[in-house]
Design a protein around this ligand. Sequence first.
Ligand code: ME8
Length: 662
Amino acid sequence: MTEERILKQGNKGFYITTPIYYVNDVPHIGHAYTTVAADVLARYKRLCGETVLFATGTDEHGKKIQRSAQQQGQAPRALADTVVRRFQEAWRLLDISYDDFIRTTEDRHTAVVEEMWNRMKASGDIYEGVYEGWYCVPDESYWTEKELADGKCPVCGRDVERVQEQGYFFRLSRYQQPLLEHIGAHPDFILPASRRNEILSFVREGLKDLSITRAGFDWGIKVPDNPKLVIYVWLDALLNYLTVAGYSRDEDRFKRFWPPSLHIVGKDIIKFHAVYWPAFLMSAGIPLPEHIVAHGWWTMGDVKMSKSLGNVVSPESLVGAYGADATRYFLLREVPFGLDGNFSDTAVQTRINSDLANDLGNLLSRATGMVVRFAGGVLPVPDIADESDRALQQQAADLSRAYDAAMNNIEFHTALAAVWEFIRGANRYVDQTKPWQDAKAGNIQRLNTRLYHTIEATRITAVYLLPFMPGTAQKILAAVSQETKGLSLQQLSAWGGAVSGARIVQAQPLFEKRTDAGKAAAGARSAPQEQQIRPTANGKKKDGGQTPEQPAQQMNQLISIDQFKTVELKVGTILSAQKVEGSSKLIKLEVDIGEKRIIVAGIGKSYKPEELPGKRIVVVANLQPAELFGIQSQGMLLAAGDPEHLGLLTLDRDAANGTRIK
Ligand code: ME8
């Protein structure tokens, strides 16, 4: 039986990328999601014996970065240097095994961008002209008057600015037909099918030439022969994939890895990757990537997590609360890749408790415990397999096929579901065969066979978990004395790999059960209600990203009263307020909530400091402190509304400072 697989093994190396992330702000769970997904595939392909190039990095040029740096009173380069370290630290904490980390400010990249500019120009695809229209700085994208939604950016809903400038255009219109032909001939070029259809209808509507320069600021790569203009940041950024592959610099590397096997991106940037990027490559006569897969959005309270809404959870707080492996597992198990998912600590804890502590933890604990108790800690030689043993072996063979098919079809949750079906099957095997009865009755050969099969099932489970939970998998393999060095997935997962005579020790619990709510999301604000209606990447409005396919459980995540009670809300009075130097929206407040607290609040676009003293407010009193602009904020006040018109939550009857809100 051979199922169709999207990722096929060829002679070429496996080249996988994440988007390169903007450095205007620090990483969050959305960035972690893409990067963990790419890491899992990179690890899987390495385990299959393929040569892998896995790249991630940072997008450091453009008006968005320049503006953020200016707001923070820093040079763009200094901001980039600081934020890059945060990304690299987050990836270290999450065990991300990238082979290359590209920064677009590196010389190797400038050289590639200049070279590509010249090639696209030589193809007759770059010409001079005047751009007149709208520009969204947060998305770094151009819009026509007609495309705007109520005068705002149709993708992110934020303000756009009017632009009229002399510059250069790329003849995107020339590639409409070639793109349609390519997408038609390669049904797996854009994944999933819903995104492919979205892109097909976008291209069919007609492609306009694209403005590829910006004037009036200098934070970017200069146009060759016209250094007053900088190259449009999306052209600059997309070319990173060529730079990493050694284009025009390292011929061997380029031959080994080009074209990219898979670009993983969020659905917000599919147009850039599936329309602009292939057109640039066609213009330069370079082969197109094999696959581009777009995943869904993580939301919080059903609103897309984003830095500008402030409803983000950082990878550091997730790893701090749950560890790298449980975080990696949760992200890829909870939501089918391609769909949106709502983040909550309760959902993470449910996964940890039922899947990791119970199912996986139990299997390891009983497998090792039985060998210690009944065989003196030495893995016995199995006798001839009976029907139950053979059924377990068959389940392992089924798992191998299901897992490989799911991984090569980029369906992480299906691969993990198959592993867990096997784990539950192995636990059932122990429940049904009851090895302790054989021990009691002195059926030593039967007992030995059961012990061997239980350890073997545990070992095989760990092998399949290597890409997803590398630390945990290695712990399990160490407990069953399995060496992995130099062995492929095929070798490691073959039945009979556990070595009789190996020392087995009682394994310590891998995951503790969790019942505490509000852990990782403690620092994240819920986004204001009215921002719940947000447009999709193709400009059509829809509600907070939910899809009919989503499990009912995610649509209806209710919390218990005990969970609500973990948030300490208190009445307070603002004593004093002053603007935070270098920030346009932060105000430092001294607040009395029965004790004095310093709170840094992002309300500076809605309130002047002098309006604030004396106001009665509601404060989250048990929030972990956070440092903002060098000031420690010891709590958060509650407010609602869009960032320019926030209203503070207050009381309509008097209550003493420090009164707990129930
Ligand atoms: O767009 N849910 O960078 P960026 C899931 N520099 N994934 C999310 C997410 C969310 N709520 N928020 C962000 C850029 N992401 C450009 C890319 S590539 C040549 C240039 C992930 O920092 C997702 O992968 O805004 C999304 O596409 C990416 O972060 C955007 O990161």
